[in-house]
Design a protein around this ligand. Sequence first.
Ligand SMILES: [Zn+2]
Length: 89
Amino acid sequence: MDYKFIKDSNITDRIFKREFKNRDGFMFNDIVTIYFTVKCLHCGQTFSADEMRVAKTGSREYEVLCKNAPECDGNIEDMIPLSEFEYLR
Ligand SMILES: [Zn+2]
């Protein structure tokens, strides 16, 4: 798929909040930043959840993808939340 990535952090923060809100293990500070780290099941890399990429897939549709998209095809479903403790080990 030919992704159109969103770079505006005002938009990506809003999409992150919407998409991660109902997922177990993800938490936000008072603004919108996700402060959990994730591990991508596809490429195996660990990174901050807010480093994920947001792609526009329709007029009002967005998809949250692995930081390594489009090389990695992991999406929000493939991200395992890690606590900071687990991340540091
Ligand atoms: Zn990945």
